[in-house]
Each structure stands twice: as structure tokens, then as C-alpha cells.
Design a protein around this ligand. Structure first.
Ligand code: ZN
Length: 265
């Protein structure tokens, strides 16, 4: 057998091997890419459907808004109206918990949430989720939120906002002032600004006062968006009615806040 003949037999074998190796490599790369496309982080949004209809409207719109946003940013946005899902077993799958229009129903749910936050979990709370008064009897939550409900305006109205701090990742794209769409705004006592752990990001402009007709907020320093620096959390007073997502400016905060909480870019 001439050496050239042997060579010509081996060459195709080598080529086949090369082909097979390349195919395997491509498959591996594809698999890695698929893996990279698994959610950047996971959000569990809790809501209720048997609460004030304006609060249900908000929750349903928020679910639409965030589901769409999650798809473009590659995070998972799961929703549930079963508050019993606020338990250790379920929460271990999530990095961010959102309360769209209510709060835990019992001590077991409260405790699971406290543990989740103590272990580095993140929270985004809207509007009535921050509601607490003398009947709530959950001191941990009062220090976590840094505020207790005091008063509100009625009917819901648009209001001018002062962005106190746009160095925070959640408010970095916001102008110094803007007009927030129709909402019911809450006043707080104690004022979260007086709490050393609270960093206020946004406040009702005094230009709004008197705010309301039936229930009037006549004045005062009223923070609207803030974070407790001891936790990874943001509270936003927005969340009443079906106009909250009408502002492209405000929507940027809704987007940036959840990305910051989830640790995504
Ligand atoms: Zn409300």
C-alpha cells in the first residue's frame, strides 16, 4: 500500500472527527446560551381580588406592565393571589417579593416575610401594602417601613412630585419634578423622613395643597417613595386606580426599581 493511499484514507476520518468535535462545540455553546437565558432573577407578586376595586385595578395593570417588562429584561415575574404562598418553602425560589394591593393575612405569613427580608430578600410595596395603623399590631413592619398611615386625600388626584434624590438606581432617570397620574395619596405619622434608616426618594410638592375635596390634605411633609437602607426594599405610594401607568416618566421608576431590587441591569 502506498503511503499516499493510507493518507487519503486517514484524511476523511480526521475531517469527520473535526466535524463531530465542531458540532459538539456548537451544541455546547447553544446550551450555555440557553442557560444564560434562564431568568436573571425571580419575582413573586402577591395581590388580592377581594379588596377595594381601585386597588384591584391597579394590581391587574401592574401585572400586565411587569409581565411585559420581565419578558424584555429576562427576569421571571410570577403572580399569586394566595397569600399563603408567603412561606419559607415558596419564597426560597424568589429574590424579590412584591405586594401589589394588600399585606400578609396572619402571623405565619408575616414571619415568613420577616425571615425572607432578614436573609437578604428584596421587597417592592405599593400603596395600601404600606398601610398600617394602631390595629395592625406588627411592630416589625412599622420599623421596616418607617411609617404609619395618618391621612389621605379624596377623591384621587394627580399630584406634582419632587424627586428628592435621583442618585438612587430607582430614580436615576427621573427629572427633579414631574406630575404623577391620579392616585390617592397617603400622609404618614411618624414621618418616614424622621427615621435615620429611611432614605426618601420622592415627596409630594407643597404646591399640591390643599389636595382633595372630601378628604383634604392641607399641608405637611409627605414622602411618597422611599427605601429603608437596612433592607433591600422600596415603598411607593402609587397604586390606586387605573391611571398609575399613564406616565412614561413614572414608569421609568417602576422599571428601574424592580431591576435594582432584583440585582439586574
Ligand atoms: Zn387607595
Amino acid at each position: 500500500m502506498r503511503p499516499e493511499y493510507i493518507e487519503s484514507k486517514i484524511q476523511p476520518m480526521k475531517r469527520n472527527l473535526l466535524k463531530a468535535t465542531l458540532t459538539l462545540l456548537v451544541l455546547l455553546i447553544l446550551q450555555t446560551r440557553t442557560f444564560a437565558q434562564s431568568p436573571k432573577f425571580r419575582v413573586l407578586a402577591l395581590y388580592s381580588t377581594n379588596v377595594e376595586s381601585d386597588h384591584v385595578d391597579f394590581a391587574l395593570q401592574a401585572i400586565k406592565f411587569y409581565s411585559r417588562f420581565a419578558a424584555t429584561k429576562g427576569f421571571a415575574f410570577d403572580t399569586t393571589s394566595r397569600w399563603e404562598d408567603l412561606n419559607d418553602e415558596k419564597l426560597k425560589n424568589y429574590q424579590v417579593v412584591v405586594w401589589l394591593n394588600e399585606f400578609p393575612h396572619n402571623q405565619a405569613q408575616r414571619s415568613a416575610f420577616e425571615k425572607f427580608m432578614a436573609n437578604g430578600g428584596a421587597w417592592l410595596g405599593f400603596h395600601v401594602s404600606g398601610y398600617n395603623d394602631k390595629y395592625t399590631k406588627w411592630p416589625w413592619f412599622v420599623s421596616f417601613l418607617g411609617a404609619t398611615f395618618y391621612n389621605n386625600n379624596w377623591p384621587p388626584l394627580p399630584a406634582k412630585m419632587i424627586v428628592d434624590d435621583n442618585t438612587h438606581p430607582a430614580t436615576k432617570r427621573l427629572p427633579k419634578t414631574y406630575t404623577a397620574p391620579i392616585c390617592e395619596w397617603y400622609g404618614w405619622k411618624p414621618n418616614p423622613r424622621d427615621n435615620k434608616d429611611i432614605r426618601v426618594l420622592m415627596t409630594l410638592s407643597p404646591e399640591n395643597y390643599p389636595l382633595g375635596k372630601k378628604d383634604i390634605i392641607t399641608g405637611g411633609d409627605i414622602p411618597v417613595v422611599w427605601t429603608n437602607t437596612k433592607y433591600k426594599m422600596i415603598y411607593m405610594n402609587m397604586g390606586h386606580g387605573d391611571k398609575n401607568f399613564d406616565s412614561d416618566v413614572q414608569n421609568m421608576m417602576f422599571e428601574d426599581a424592580i431591576m435594582w431590587l432584583g440585582g439586574g441591569k
